[in-house]
Design a binder for this molecule. Structure first.
Ligand code: SAH
Length: 213
């Protein structure tokens, strides 16, 4: 996966390539046979959500320009795979998810894999995580429709960088790089992408299948 889909397409950061070689992606993808979880595309993780294509995960992580001492906020925990990647590269990761079933499953996977520097919270990621702010980096893995949520801009540290998909429809989404420099916010468009939208109400109750297992 790393050689054919990621390094071959121009991702060069050796820390990201190494981390993606080591993190067992199949442990994060519940409904796909393990050998098929390394394919070049997004995969379902339940409740209509997907884990991003490995290349996009790598691309966004490279664009984020993380350092080992960074505290990072992720919005959209999903499977927990992106959080695991960030936790391998950075000091602390805070990740917010709006669907309870995802948050619970991600917590179990990350605990099983002995990640100790990932903090998960159930809630609306558009509010960020005010009591742990400011963050050196913010990565949003579901698309905002019209503008970057104000709380996320407020929680970005001086010199900080945020990456998010922005756009009204899946056909008009772009990755946006947002940087805070001397208290000014600079925004720049990057790749065209297709992400599920940020939603307002999640599935905060447990589906029967999980509640009984
Ligand atoms: N980063 C994930 C993939 C994200 S898919 C991974 O590595 O697997 C997008 C996720 O964002 C979904 O799990 C979805 O439930 C979540 N999401 C959507 N709207 C949200 C919101 N307002 N707040 C927090 N999470 C949200």
């Amino acid at each position: 996966m790393v050689a054919e889909q990621i390094a071959a397409r121009g991702i060069t950061d050796p820390r990201i390539l190494r981390a993606m070689e080591v993190i067992p992606r199949h442990r994060f993808v519940p409904y796909t046979k393990p050998k098929n979880t390394y394919v070049d595309g997004p995969l379902p993780i339940g409740q209509g959500q997907t884990i991003s294509q490995p290349y996009i995960t790598a691309y966004m992580t490279e664009l984020l320009q993380t350092e080992p001492d960074h505290r990072v906020l992720e919005i959209g925990t999903g499977s927990g795979y992106q959080a695991a990647l960030l936790a391998t590269l950075c000091k602390e990761v805070y990740s917010v998810e709006i669907i309870a079933a995802h948050s619970i499953r991600a917590r179990k996977t990350l605990e099983d894999l002995q990640f100790k520097n990932v903090h998960l919270r159930l809630g609306d990621g558009r509010d960020g995580w005010p009591d742990a702010a400011p963050f050196d980096r913010i990565l949003v893995t579901a698309a905002a429709k019209k503008k970057i949520p104000d709380a996320l801009v407020d929680q970005l540290a001086e010199g900080g960088r945020m990456i998010l998909p922005l756009g009204n429809t899946v056909h008009s989404q772009k990755l946006v790089v947002c940087a805070r420099m001397k208290n000014q916010i600079i925004e720049e468009e990057d790749l065209a992408v297709r992400f599920v939208p940020l939603v307002t109400a999640g599935l905060t109750h447990l589906p029967k299948r999980l509640a009984t297992s």
